[in-house]
Write a protein that binds this ligand. Structure first.
Ligand code: 8YV
Length: 319
């Protein structure tokens, strides 16, 4: 008896976890688009053979690729953000999109605190000081206390709530700004982003990326945060006007920034690298073995569920 053939999946580019690629290859007939010498010609010739797509929040999925896959039935994405995926194009064709929320909340919130603590207490900067051999020559100047300060969270979704939860141990006062008040939350919602920035010592961004939040943290917001305030971004680079941020940091109009995401990843402005009151991480907030494995499992479950039942397990919500 002939075996039913495995569904054919188009993987848009190399995935952040090699083990996921191995698992996918064991279950599906997978081809990686970015490995093709001429991806456009490849799609024109083979596009009709794929029923599934695998991608990630960072890689995304362009509408023109969706258009080149006439038999596409399902999309499974590694990550919680879907600002780089053409969701409208998928919806227009009724193609379900699976993604991986929740499993990364803890690690992203941990990273927000790591950046907040580091930029305030100078962990990375003083590590550089010790390694440069400066300790025997001079003292490291005192920095800023985190405990007991005001934490302003922009975007009170699942990750924002996990950040707020962690603030308890630091006896921080928490406020947030969100388009809609969060039901059942006793935390105060400030009336505007500007008001939150004015109030907060730390402005932590956990809001979704995309057109509606692009550059919402602009010069005015940074000035409201002020020379004693810190910005922490574990959301998307697009949320911050990076040129305005560089200028605010250079002129000490804000105290410092902890950044995991950038406008033009993986490019980081040289001006940011030159500053000691900035901590930079390469979009690794979810990058722990445990969380990346859980995300990979959800990518697999979404596909498995779709091919068994016609529905992904965790779909991107309808607007
Ligand atoms: C990952 C992310 O780094 O989930 C997201 O939206 O940005 C991160 O968790 C990303 O999915 C890797 O591509």
């Amino acid at each position: 008896m002939t075996q039913p053939s495995k569904p054919r999946l188009l993987q848009i580019a190399r995935l952040p976890l090699a083990a996921l690629e191995t698992d996918l290859a064991a279950r599906y007939d997978v081809v990686c688009l970015s490995d093709q010498a001429d991806p456009v010609a490849f799609l024109a010739e083979h596009g009709a053979s794929f029923t599934g797509v695998v991608t990630s929040a960072s890689i995304g999925l362009k509408g023109e690729v969706i258009a080149a896959l006439p038999r596409l039935q399902v999309i499974s994405s590694f990550g919680v953000g879907f600002d780089a995926l053409d969701i409208a194009a998928a919806r227009a064709r009724g193609i379900p999109v699976g993604y991986t929320p929740d499993v990364l909340n803890d690690c992203v919130a941990d990273m927000a605190f790591a950046l907040m603590l580091d930029v305030s207490r100078g962990v990375a900067a003083s590590d550089r000081f010790v390694r440069r051999g400066e300790w025997p020559k001079t003292r490291y100047a005192p920095l800023t206390r985190v405990s007991g300060k005001r934490l302003g969270i922009v975007g009170m979704g699942r990750i924002g709530l996990a950040v707020a939860e962690r603030a308890t141990g630091f006896r921080m006062e928490v406020g947030y700004y969100n388009r809609r008040p969060v039901e059942g939350s006793a935390l105060p919602r400030l009336e505007s982003l500007l008001a939150l920035a004015q109030w907060a010592d730390y402005l932590v961004l956990t809001v979704a990326g995309g057109a509606s939040t692009r550059h919402m943290v602009n010069r005015e917001v940074l000035d409201a945060l002020g020379p004693r305030g810190y910005l922490v971004n574990v959301a998307r680079g697009s949320v911050v006007d990076e040129a305005a941020l560089v200028e605010a940091l250079q002129h000490k109009r804000i105290a410092g920034a902890g950044l995991d995401v950038f406008e033009n990843e993986p490019q980081v402005p040289a001006a940011l690298m030159a500053l000691d009151n900035v901590v930079l991480t390469p979009h690794t907030a979810s990058a722990t073995h445990e969380t990346r494995r859980a995300m990979a499992d959800l990518v697999l479950e979404n596909l498995e569920s779709f091919y068994a039942t016609g529905a992904v397990r965790v779909p991107v919500p309808l607007a």
